[in-house]
Ligand binder design. Structure first.
Ligand SMILES: C[S@@+](CC[C@H](N)C(=O)[O-])C[C@H]1O[C@@H](n2cnc3c(N)ncnc32)[C@H](O)[C@@H]1O
Length: 215
């Protein structure tokens, strides 16, 4: 994610949770709020780009331990105030430079992050993430389906195939935000040969891609 997008999310932090208030998303959200913690129960979880900690609050009570990271201090400050996160270790970290000092984990989770990874950096992101995980670890990526385009249509497509939205913040500023919608084939190809049990579940508003690193 570019520095411009990093600043956009720092500025957007106080109003970010509006994405979880959209009426049409509620049924799917309730199901995911039950399902994701179950998937990650009992594991040492590394969360990438945790933002305001929406998913952190549900995963934390069931995880053996959880380290939740984000590049921006603003959303992290809000995440720390969520109920149920008392045992969570929060850390400022760049998703493309997850340092060894964060520890070793047997699961990873990233919510609404992968769509912001440029196509040409997907491999780099996943290699860096996998370096923090033990063999056999479970990885769960959750993101928006194209239903999100009803509110935020695509404005541009670049030469690499990345798609971009123009988003407006309450102060009227307009931000060019990279938002990709990877296909099933692209997701599976990214982990071919390094993962087992790769599975994509597509709902109306969210997709969930999960796999296990080869042991
Ligand atoms: C769409 S939000 C997702 C927040 C949260 N995971 C959720 O599902 O609600 C994207 C988050 O990525 C963070 N971010 C942007 N660039 C980043 C980077 N290079 N490394 C880690 N986090 C980054 C932003 O600060 C923002 O909190």
């Amino acid at each position: 994610m570019s520095e411009a997008m990093q600043r956009y999310y720092a500025q957007r932090a106080p109003i970010y949770d509006a994405v979880y208030a959209k009426p049409e998303r509620q049924a799917e959200l309730r199901a995911l709020e039950r399902r994701l913690p179950r998937l990650l129960a009992g594991r040492a979880v590394l969360e990438v780009a945790c933002g305001t900690g929406y998913w952190t609050q549900f995963i934390a009570p069931r995880a053996a331990r959880l380290t939740a990271t984000d590049i921006n201090a603003e959303p992290l400050a809000l995440a720390r105030q969520r109920p149920g996160v008392e045992r969570v270790t929060f850390a400022q970290a760049d998703a493309y430079a997850l340092r060894a000092a964060l520890g070793t984990f047997d699961a990873a989770f990233a919510g609404l992050w992968f769509s912001h990874v440029p196509i040409e950096r997907r491999g780099e992101f996943l290699r860096g993430l996998h370096a923090r995980l033990a063999p056999g670890a479970l990885v769960v990526l959750l993101d928006n389906t194209e239903a999100q385009l009803r509110d935020l249509p695509l404005a541009e497509r670049d030469a690499a195939g990345n798609t971009w939205q123009h988003r407006v913040l309450p102060d009227g500023s307009v931000h060019r935000v990279l938002k990709n919608f990877p296909t099933r084939e692209e997701l599976h190809a990214l982990v071919a040969g390094i993962a087992t049990q790769a599975r994509l579940r597509r709902g109306e508003h969210f997709w969930e891609f999960r796999y296990r690193l080869a042991a």
